[in-house]
Design a protein around this ligand. Structure first.
Ligand code: FES
Ligand SMILES: [Fe+2]
Length: 395
């Protein structure tokens, strides 16, 4: 898990003035809307004596009030009131909690969990078609019981479709169709790699979807990443119909992940207003289909071991079709080399001792040392390890 990226926190429609406790990167956060309706994301641990701010309530002045002794914190994390010392006494600067930059985008509240200044932050994965007249989007949020990097790697894996998703492949019945040789680089940049590939797909059987592909034929699909936890997947079912899936993954901890799946589909000839009811019906159908497809993946992924990807490449045997996964791991190594990787072993050891709580450092930590909680332990920067040898070994 890495600091200094944008993480999806909650669906925008599900966030009101009631504070919510959200666990991300093995840390707790309190999330609420301030007096202007803007989302706020703060470290959840009260700096007084450790109560959970999410157990408190939001006051009309845009603050969240701790349930234990009533200290109040605004959306910048500043402590604005300590009732036990009276209204006239200004709370000390050090009473503040970490507060994180927030963006509400694509119907999702994102928080930047890290301390980079604004001009150095990686982007939220851009979705050019979002909100344009020819495209329509639906959001599905669900939890899975496995590590987010395994989940991302599953999405970067073109060779699993044949066996895991009956509508995408021939279930191994036709050896001639199943040769994953060509992954064409696509949409690669500083924050991630991507590819497209063409493969043989069976006819669609459903009476509605048959319209799009009634015969077996070529299908183009691909995926790629932006940072450790944003992934795009383009599926061109036919020249008439495409789905673009965007997964924004929130690592809850090392064993659980919350997935925010945004699906964009081209509206074809259904964009006319009088067909709104049809689009609403299709929104429902898209998410029903997403649940079925996700369920097929989850069934396999629940039993992949080890739970986290092994640190040594020699403990798995990569093939050329795994190229995008190797590239993803190379990117993660780059993020580690920047010093952004959370030292989960140190975190676990400290927690087992039971007398310390950490906060993910926020950007304000760069301007003052006056903080109560220690920043979460990070793995010291080191040189990125090349995995070219792994690909060479794979042929
Ligand atoms: S622990 Fe929060 S006010 Fe005392
Ligand atoms: Fe899949």
């Amino acid at each position: 898990m890495y600091i200094n990226f944008w993480y999806p926190v909650v669906a925008a429609k599900d966030l009101g003035v009631k504070p919510q406790k959200i666990r991300l990167l093995s840390h707790d956060f309190v999330v609420f809307r301030d007096e202007h309706g803007h989302p706020a994301v703060l470290s959840d641990t009260c700096t007084h004596r450790g109560a959970s701010l999410a157990g408190g309530k939001c006051k009309g002045d845009g603050t969240v009030q701790c349930p234990y002794h009533g200290w109040r914190f605004n959306s910048k994390g500043e402590c604005t009131r300590i009732p036990s010392v009276g209204k006239q006494t200004k709370p000390p600067l050090r009473a503040r909690v970490d507060a994180y930059p927030v963006q509400e985008k694509y119907g999702i509240v994102f928080a930047f969990l890290g301390d980079l200044p604004e001009d150095e932050r990686p982007p939220i994965l851009p979705i050019d078609e979002h909100g344009t007249p020819d495209w329509r989007s639906t959001l599905l949020v669900f939890d899975v019981d496995y590590y987010y990097e395994r989940s991302i790697e599953n999405g970067l894996d073109p060779a699993h479709n044949e066996y895991v998703h009956p509508t995408h492949g021939y279930q191994g019945e036709r050896e001639d169709t199943y040769l994953m040789t060509e992954l064409r680089p696509f949409n690669t940049n500083e924050w991630g790699h991507g590819f497209l590939s063409t493969f043989d797909a069976p006819p669609l059987k459903n009476r509605f979807t048959r319209f799009f592909r009634s015969e077996g034929g070529k299908m183009e699909a691909g995926s790629g990443t932006c940072g450790p936890n944003h992934m795009w997947t383009f599926i061109n079912f036919s020249d008439k119909f495409a789905l673009h899936g965007y997964m924004f993954e929130a690592p809850i901890d090392e064993n659980r992940t919350r997935v925010f799946l945004l699906t964009e589909r081209n509206t074809l000839f259904f964009k006319k207003g009088w067909l709104t009811f049809l689009n609403n019906y299709l929104d429902k159908k898209v998410n029903e289909r997403n649940k079925v497809i996700a369920g097929q993946d989850i069934k396999v992924m629940n039993d992949v071991w080890p739970r986290m990807t092994p640190p040594s490449r020699s403990k798995e045997l990569m093939m050329p079709a795994d190229r995008a996964i190797v590239q993803y791991r190379d990117k993660l190594n780059e993020f580690e080399a920047r010093g952004w990787k959370i030292d989960t072993a140190a975190l676990r050891a400290a927690r087992d001792k039971g007398d310390v709580v950490f906060a993910i450092p926020c950007p304000a930590r760069r301007s003052t040392n006056a903080w109560v909680l220690d920043p979460t332990p990070l793995i010291a920067p080191k040189t990125s390890m090349s995995t070219a040898s792994a690909l060479q070994a794979a042929g």
